[in-house]
Write a protein that binds this ligand. Structure first.
Ligand SMILES: [Zn+2]
Length: 274
């Protein structure tokens, strides 16, 4: 599933190829392409121009010259692609927007967990995104307030990291990587971690996602705006996620995988003690 670095890479690609374009028409090809919380059919955005492409956590949106925005979530496998008009349809094409009369912005999604939606947008974020907490790169991110929120959670730190209402953008991959880097066991209880430990964890999350973003940022070219949530751009740099039974790069102990809260967690049993 695409997490913050992948979605930010897509945002940058979209900004590069569609900013200031006018949306001439919208065609929806699959009923699941429209989120049920959309306040209007997607074709209401026809005639609008794209003023900005924004992101919070894993949510993207097109700021329009209208009091509403077109919000997108990539789900498990969503992709955007810019194509010339008339290019053959992709197998899993779910919606297309005709831009400036000569190119198409296409939403392609094999597993159909991704969606688009029209949402009121009177700032700072669309209504549909307003319950999502700022991510660590957001100017509105309040580090000390977030540390306090984590410290009050009576749950495991891994679960709290995935809670998009505390801090957004972190999913299973970057949670495991951040915990490895900060040397914190995924099942550590939030309310037993010191403020210093949580601060270190946030710093680790920032570093890990920044590094991933640099790698993601180099992978798109020409008219292709890709996100591959299955393998991830960052795969070769992972220290814990997906490395079960491989040696920890710090201490050579084999990485372990455990399952709790319905999710896999990967960690080094020596570096990350409970
Ligand atoms: Zn280790």
């Amino acid at each position: 599933m695409p997490e913050l670095p992948e979605v930010e890479t897509v945002r940058r690609g979209l900004a590069r190829w569609s900013l200031n374009s006018t949306i001439n028409a919208v065609q929806v090809l699959h009923h699941r392409a429209t989120n049920p919380r959309s306040v209007a059919p997607l074709d209401v955005v026809a005639g609008a121009s794209i003023a900005e492409i924004s992101r919070r956590g894993k949510f993207l949106w097109f700021d329009l010259d209208r009091p509403y925005a077109l919000v997108a979530h990539l789900g498990m496998s969503g992709q955007f692609r810019i194509q010339p008009v008339g290019a053959p349809d992709e197998k899993h094409l779910r919606a297309r927007l005709l831009l400036d009369g000569h190119q198409e912005l296409r939403f392609i999604d094999q597993r159909t967990f991704g969606w688009l939606a029209v949402s009121a947008n009177e700032g700072p974020v669309p209504q549909l995104v307003s319950a999502i907490a700022p991510d660590i790169f957001d100017p509105l991110f309040d580090r000390s307030a977030v540390i306090n929120k984590y410290r009050k959670k009576e749950t495991e730190i891994k679960r709290a990291l995935l809670d998009q209402n505390l801090m957004s953008g972190v999913g299973n991959i970057y949670a495991d990587e951040s915990l490895w880097r900060a040397k914190i066991h995924p099942q550590s209880r939030c309310d037993e971690l010191s403020p210093r430990k949580i601060e270190n964890l946030l710093a680790a999350a920032e570093i890990v996602m920044s590094k991933a973003l640099v790698e993601g940022g180099t992978s798109f070219d020409s008219l292709y705006i890709n996100v591959n949530g299955e393998s991830g751009y960052f795969a070769h740099s992972l220290e814990a996620y997906g490395r079960e039974n491989e040696p920890c790069s710090r201490c050579a102990t084999h990485i372990r995988r455990i399952v709790f809260g319905g999710r896999s967690s990967h960690f080094c049993p020596k570096c990350q003690r409970l």
